[in-house]
Ligand binder design. Structure first.
Ligand SMILES: NC(=O)c1ccc[n+]([C@@H]2O[C@H](COP(=O)([O-])OP(=O)(O)OC[C@H]3O[C@@H](n4cnc5c(N)ncnc54)[C@H](O)[C@@H]3O)[C@@H](O)[C@H]2O)c1
Ligand SMILES: O=P(O)(O)OC[C@@H](O)[C@@H](O)[C@H](O)[C@H](O)CO
Length: 515
């Protein structure tokens, strides 16, 4: 057994790719907040690749963690001097193990916030990147503005102690740079949010303005916030993943990461202090990321929501099991083709029919073992940003909303917190305390539409007749017949591309038109 470290790299089996570059010469020009599974499988892999190709020595990554769980990442990376194993899992079972070397430092902010601020103020820091989740941007659910009422944010705004939030730390770093006459770094959001750079700009600027209006104005003038689209399905690391790395390659790695082979990064090229030559390693640099992000968020991410609640209620726990079921694959393809795609602009260089088929193949990769639970979590951050816009556009254009409405209904049913066998569901959502009682009251109370009357999440959808009719039908079918039968009814009159015409499943409820 080899404990992963710079000293043991040469002892790893030949099939494990490892850094061939001199890590001691790599400087951390990127500070990354939220160094979790995804950024280690994606951004850090691209930088590692560039380093392999002899470029990017000034673009190593310093991870920063803020949350209690990040102490474990600190410990893991401390043990390996920042190294970790990325295992790409091909559908045919082929594994590509690779040790990533681009993370050259890690700071756990609660240990020493000033060290983080000093690193941000250091002229060598030229990009601050983020994967702090959708919820990490502190957007007020009703106003859409920065939520100044958030307790941690409000505490940071008093300036009475060292900051604890990403907003407080970034603002403190920028303040020092401004005072010292150092140009600001670029802030690069890599979260799954439409116009993630624009959202980051609004939120970070709002915090800075509330702290110090002059700082806010300086930021508005000088800080760049490029938008980007990022893609690589990266499940949470499990103990089985750790054991696999240990047993197959003899590597003792406290926190490896597994991911699918597919990867994509489309990035707006707005980096006043420069950037790594990411275009050398496959990143698409574009003027406007909009068509790419709409494609990805409305096809991939919204389909994840389309499969997770129905899938969970039908008894599935792994994503590939859901998507290997032809009924579910057909449902997702129908949602993507009939409802999501018509809302998309043309995407340069992309055949959307191929993209949709590839998504089903990616979701069906049995080796990745992505979980339905990961996709069901924090739905209140996801459905309003990925699916509700599809519904709105179709309502406005006269397009169909039946399948999207059924996805919303499946969330409403799932949020009741009890499955079809009467077993409890653990609803993981920052709004769970509100949502679960509301969802339960749709069964017990006298308003079956109560869940979608939540304007915070759905705006005025509940007053849109076409949406409401489809939603009511789907919710009632979910209650009366269950998830599988509801999908069968929805799909009964549609072409079924991914299963034989005489398939094994017969619709268990009446078809939509005979209702
Ligand atoms: N996992 C994927 O397949 C994937 C793919 C594309 C994009 N993404 C984006 O990356 C994000 C993170 O995904 P992940 O798989 O790395 O998750 P993860 O749970 O492994 O990592 C999330 C990191 O964000 C930190 N974080 C959470 N809330 C925060 C807050 N309020 N302030 C500061 N830090 C906070 C966590 O402590 C952790 O370090 C997603 O929410 C998504 O926007 C993920
Ligand atoms: O990570 P989230 O919360 O943005 O969304 C859950 C998944 O849809 C997402 O992680 C996808 O796996 C990812 O966006 C694929 O690139």
């Amino acid at each position: 057994m080899t404990a992963l470290s710079p000293a043991t790299l040469d002892a790893l089996p030949a099939e494990v790719r490892r850094p061939g570059y001199d890590r001691t010469a790599v400087q951390a020009g990127i500070v990354h907040f939220g160094l979790g599974n995804f950024s280690r499988a994606h951004q850090a892999m691209y930088v590692d690749e560039l380093l392999e190709q002899g470029g990017g020595q000034e673009w190593g990554i310093c991870g920063v963690g803020l949350m209690p769980r990040d102490a474990a990442m600190r410990d893991a990376l401390q043990a390996t001097d920042g190294l970790y194993t990325l295992v790409l899992k091909h559908p045919d079972g082929t594994l590509e193990p690779r040790v990533i070397g681009s993370v050259v430092d890690y700071l756990y902010a609660p240990d020493d916030p000033q060290r983080v601020i000093d690193r941000l103020a250091d002229p060598g820091t030229r990009i601050v990147s983020l994967t702090v989740t959708e919820g990490g941007y502190n957007v007020h659910p009703v106003t859409g503005e920065f939520d100044l009422g958030n307790a941690a944010v409000a505490a940071d705004l008093t300036g009475a102690h060292q900051p604890t939030t990403v907003f407080g730390l970034v603002a403190a770093g920028l303040k020092l740079r401004r005072e010292r006459g150092i140009e600001p770094f670029t802030v690069m959001s890599c979260d799954n949010i439409p116009h993630n750079g624009d959202v980051a700009r609004r939120m970070f600027s709002a915090f800075a303005t509330a702290l110090d209006p002059e700082l806010g104005a300086w930021m508005g003038e000088h800080v760049a916030f490029p938008n980007c689209m990022v893609d690589r399905i990266t499940p949470a690391t499990t103990d089985d993943d750790r054991a696999e790395v240990r047993e197959r390659w003899g590597i003792e790695d406290p926190w490896p990461v597994v991911a699918e082979p597919f990867t994509q990064w489309v990035l707006e090229d707005d980096f006043p202090l420069g950037r790594p030559e990411l275009d050398r390693v496959g990143v698409q640099l574009v003027e406007d990321v909009t068509p790419y992000e709409l494609m990805k968020l409305r096809l991939l991410n919204a389909s994840h929501q389309g499969l997770c609640y129905f899938g969970y209620l039908a008894g599935y726990r792994l994503v590939h099991d859901v998507c290997s079921d032809p009924l579910f694959a057909d449902f997702l393809l129908a949602y993507m083709t009939e409802e999501a795609t018509p809302t998309l602009p043309p995407v340069p260089g992309v055949d959307l029919a191929d993209y949709r088929t590839t998504l089903i193949e990616r979701f069906s990769n049995a080796q990745v073992r992505d979980t339905v639970a990961r996709l069901c979590a924090e739905s209140s951050d996801r459905i309003p940003k990925w699916l509700v816009p599809v519904i709105r556009e179709n309502l406005a254009s006269g397009g169909p909303v039946e399948l999207s409405a059924a996805i919303v209904a499946s969330w409403a049913r799932y949020a009741e917190g009890v499955d079809e066998q009467g077993e409890p569901i653990e609803v993981v959502d920052q709004l769970a305390d509100q949502l679960v009682p509301i969802a339960r009251s749709q069964v017990e109370g006298d308003d079956p539409d109560v869940f979608v009357r939540n304007e915070q999440l759905f705006g005025d959808l509940a007053s849109q007749e076409r949406f409401l009719t489809a939603y009511r039908w789907a919710l009632s079918s979910l209650h009366g017949h269950g998830a599988r039968a509801t999908l069968e009814a929805l799909m009964a009159e549609r072409p079924r591309p991914s299963r034989p015409v005489e398939g094994p499943h017969q619709p268990a409820v009446r078809s939509r038109s005979s209702r």
